[in-house]
Design a protein around this ligand. Sequence first.
Ligand SMILES: NC(=O)c1ccc[n+]([C@@H]2O[C@H](COP(=O)([O-])OP(=O)(O)OC[C@H]3O[C@@H](n4cnc5c(N)ncnc54)[C@H](O)[C@@H]3O)[C@@H](O)[C@H]2O)c1
Ligand SMILES: [Zn+2]
Ligand SMILES: [Zn+2]
Length: 376
Amino acid sequence: MKALIYQGPREVTVEEVPDARIERPTDVLVRVTSTNICGSDLHMYEGRTTLETGRVLGHENLGVVVEVGSGVDRVKTGDRVCLPFNVACGFCENCEAERTGFCLTVDSDTPGGAYGFAEMGTYAGGQAEFLRVPWGDFNCLVLPEDAQEKENDYVMLSDIFPTGYHATELAGVSPGESVVVYGAGPVGLMAAYSAALRGASQVLVVDHHPDRLALAEKAGAIPVDDTEGDHVEQILERTGGGADKGCECVGYQAHDADGHEKPESTMNDLVASVRATGAIGVVGVFLPQDDGAPTELTREGKLPFDFGDFWFKGQRIGTGQANVKTYNRQLRDLIHHDKAKPSFIVSHELPLDDAPEAYRNFDDRLSGWTKVILKP
Ligand SMILES: NC(=O)c1ccc[n+]([C@@H]2O[C@H](COP(=O)([O-])OP(=O)(O)OC[C@H]3O[C@@H](n4cnc5c(N)ncnc54)[C@H](O)[C@@H]3O)[C@@H](O)[C@H]2O)c1
Ligand SMILES: [Zn+2]
Ligand SMILES: [Zn+2]
């Protein structure tokens, strides 16, 4: 089969590799029809993680079931399924508590597994013609009869829609509240969209890319361009002293408009722009170690964090990988009943062969490249 292989920093190629296949009775084999490029892939693409060369990338996958193992009861050949980026067993202590992002059974040194991901097991990614899905009965979200018609919406259930929603859940967004979101990438846009679905009265989105801020506005949010004056001041003014809740959707490669990285910037900006006793949900990725970070401290995964201000304001923070399965069924039904349409952020649908160029353009945050779906 054809698959996208990580060859080293900023180099990916489409190669012939051995077909994905059923390896255990509980596996499901999927022919991939849609697989997105994610901001998380870019951390790996840039060589800013420990991802091994030769790995197949791709954790935002949707496709058709072509074979099921002898121990699979629920999922059937021909089902159209969306796969959470988390690989999870369904029976460990964390999975039982709906913390599938921290599954203890996966073949990873630390809790949590994912397809085609650094430090999250050896599972191959789905930017390929076929994908092996472990514990298929647990992990496959079976889609309704409009699966093909709404494929570009449903594929967002693999990661960014539930992840954006998770940011608002970690922050505890309630109806009528004001919410500030840092980052207008796909995840930030989905957090803003989710905040609106949860009844926020005011959603502000901070970034410095006009095309992405325009999408935030399209989703009903107030765009805040951090190149135009003090954005924290703007947020304090518009929300009457601070947003009730905040979402971090940027991660450890946070930078200014000129590209100078300052990993602590969004966390400190959130402490400053969220009101006293407010809460902050952090889904942007932070790492325990980053050889490419700008200072000795941040290379060790430590942030110069305004803990004094945070403490004095009595704020709370929730962090971590999203537990996609906690939300994907309900969000699927919002799409099915035309109450949500997350595909509004999609800018490109491309064949797998075009993936290397798509990676380059998405990584350069070229204007108009807001979300890419590969169609193997
Ligand atoms: N927790 C999870 O389960 C999970 C799942 C998916 C993605 N992620 C992570 O979420 C983050 C965002 O993903 P994405 O796909 O949207 O990525 P992306 O790189 O496309 O978007 C990030 C956006 O943040 C903006 N940005 C950079 N520095 C900023 C700053 N200081 N202030 C405001 N905006 C700033 C960039 O301009 C960009 O538009 C990444 O770290 C990704 O790895 C986490
Ligand atoms: Zn992703
Ligand atoms: Zn588990």
